[in-house]
Design a binder for this molecule. Sequence first.
Ligand SMILES: [Zn+2]
Ligand SMILES: [Zn+2]
Length: 75
Amino acid sequence: FRYSCDICGKKYKYYSCFQEHRDLHAVDETGSYVCEFCGKQYKYFNPYQEHVALHTPISEPVSTYLLSVLYMFIL
Ligand SMILES: [Zn+2]
Ligand SMILES: [Zn+2]
């Protein structure tokens, strides 16, 4: 077997199977940060932030800021 899991030692012949198995560990171990768009979980903030940025258009922070300003005027 070419690929062995460094977390539980399970061995895989094909990389796709191995990768799928590792994804299971990734979900089990994480949970601190959950992507609100696709539900993917991240243990650390930095990779989570990078992932969420993929969902979010660059113009998003501006519109969010404008919305918060609008709310300030309404309230
Ligand atoms: Zn494993
Ligand atoms: Zn996501």
